[in-house]
Design a protein around this ligand. Sequence first.
Ligand code: NAD
Length: 321
Amino acid sequence: MLIVPEREIAALMTRASAFKAVEKVFAAMASGEAYNFPVVREAIGHEDALYGFKGGFDRSGLTLGLKAGGYWPNNLAKRDIINHQSTIFLFDPDTGKVAAMVGGNLLTALRTAAASSVSIRHLARKDAKVMGMVGAGHQATFQLRAALEQRAFEKVIGWNLHPEMLPNIAKVADEAGLPFEAVALDGMREADVIVSITSSFEASLMADHVSPGTHIACMGTDTLGKQEVAPALLANATIFTDEVAQSISIGEAQHAIAQGLICEGDIHQIGAVINGTHPGRTADDEITLFDGTGVGLQDLAVASAVVTLAVAQGIAIEVDV
Ligand code: NAD
């Protein structure tokens, strides 16, 4: 078995590699070559932790495995380590033998940023100039950095429930040489692309906060009950997702579905746009919305790419199990 420790990931994995791996696996999911297994997520009754598994198999990339991990809310305060902890395991699909164990913390951030970035590449208007951020926490910085690579943006605007966190994303805009402006939620009307990445359980962004022609990537809602945008916004938009089953159950679409505003058939896989079997955006005034719920196959795709890089650079540690 090969081991790629968490400490090596930053030097090995690039945003470009993560983008390529995630785009490819979304395409494989839409063509039926790859599928995700049902997600397990449990409150374990210890340290207030949520622990679970996300796995799948990509027949085209021969990637089989799972990500094990979750959220330990006391880690930072008690132990000075991050609250999200995960490890990715890859298996040889020919034999079932364990093939690799890869640190999954930074990879999770990179694969999540790659997902909204893929949606922007395929769905945003080509002439998008203003990038809007709803959220300014840990993951927001990754989403913004990746998003800014997709269009010739001229400005970043941001809103966060806790305004003291806005410097996190202002810094990313500054690094990209772009001006940053803090706005009220109705100021988001200026945005051509919006990424929402919060841990909210109620809608912040309302339908009248979004202008015609905008592309929105909703990335924070990955659990039953979470919500970032008004269901009416989904009713006005052409909706895409990584996986429809997750979108309607744990993703942003769960609320519009529950209210009968949309049905499952209104939600399209982003992979179909990548494969050219769905046209994607068809008008400049259309609102497109990507419901990024986060699938195990994204984790396996980036982990597999990292293992290849680690082997090539002689960094992977080999052990017998
Ligand atoms: P974080 O704790 O660093 O930041 C949380 C953000 O949410 C902050 O901007 C905070 O101000 C905001 N927020 C908190 N409560 C809010 C409320 N009631 N209304 C509006 N905003 C509120 O967390 P993070 O690591 O940046 O993760 C953000 C979210 O993204 C989490 O919900 C996490 O589960 C989710 N996530 C999704 C994926 C995916 O694949 N879709 C992957 C990783 C993380």
